[in-house]
Design a protein around this ligand. Sequence first.
Ligand code: NAD
Ligand code: MG
Length: 393
Amino acid sequence: MQRITILGATGSIGVSTLDVLARHPEKYQVYALSAHTKVEQLAEQCLRFRPARAVVGSADAAARLAGLLRGHGLRTEVEYGEQALCAIAASDGTDTVMAAIVGAAGLAPTLAAARAGKKILLANKEALVMSGQLFMDTVRDHHAILLPIDSEHNAVFQSLPHSYARDPGAAGVAKIVLTASGGPFLHRAVDTLDAVTPDQACAHPNWVMGRKISVDSATMMNKGLEVIEAHWLFGAPAAQIEVVIHPQSVIHSMVSYVDGSVIAELGNPDMRTPIANALAFPERIASGVAQLDLTTIGALHFTKPDFARFPCLALAYQALEAGGTAPALLNAANEVAVQAFLDARIGFRDIDRVIARVMNENDHGAATSIAAVMAEDGRARAAAARIVADLAG
Ligand code: NAD
Ligand code: MG
């Protein structure tokens, strides 16, 4: 029996994870679930999966959750706050941690899971983008197992040999090709992008996701973060990580080898496939995803990304090349700008303007410790907030 903690159980990835787990009750048992504010949804999940522990974001939310659970005679222990998230990630009671909190808030508990040597199913790309080398070192030093949930990285993982040890040269890898749908604005006139609404930006053509990652997909910052994520997961330099626009999202990513072979993973765009793959690895389990029928799809298309249309993609490559805490600055500025856009305080194109200004106006340092990374994160958030306030007038 594999015992699982889900950080971010009420989100899009969390819900898909529970859907896969529910199909295999003989294999998986839920140890703990977390949510930030969605107390009612978490209570329903607790009633169904009966975890030993549940964590929410505040004392008030914890009191409400405890009340709801008590009414049903459930003995789930209810806690709140970052320390409690770290505790359910590192506990002896769990084997596997699904890291599915969105944004920098997921860093501390995901690191706690790494320090405790857990099997980590990583959806929370922001944590890895921020802490890069430090995170990978922690995984190595504590013998944690890191399996990618991001569909592109899971596809690359499946397309590499099992023995792959973060060394493209040794494995004959020429390049990693990340596919990108291009999001909802792939063909929209660039000069009309300032007028798009949050709901338009969140209407992704292929994937149903949380609002932050949906906006990231529309700006293609999501792909930029994924380039940085691929660098850390697979040990490839930026020059060996290519992005290709593939609007159908059927090829989830591929690996090109020096002999000219290309190995790809294909499937219907549904996150339950990478989740099931990582949960059961190296075995295979049913995920609930329909089998791919290429004849109904007919044609697959590919184009190069337009960096003028998607400046965020270029900014992410620059941050990766700059190294140190530059990706942490990028990520923090992006989180603040995306939230300001979702709150209708700034326009869509202001997102890349805010990030570019934060990157230009703030020197980055060396990423020597998590404390240093968190300090840079805080500095970039404050700088981004000032620029947002300026733009919002
Ligand atoms: P979501 O917004 O649907 O869910 C986020 C979850 O995190 C929720 O359970 C929420 O309660 C929790 N949360 C939010 N803020 C928090 C905070 N400050 N402290 C603690 N918990 C908090 O997001 P999602 O789409 O499920 O994405 C989750 C992560 O997975 C993101 O990092 C995203 O980039 C990544 N990811 C998602 C998808 C997808 O298809 N949704 C695909 C690849 C990667
Ligand atoms: Mg992805």
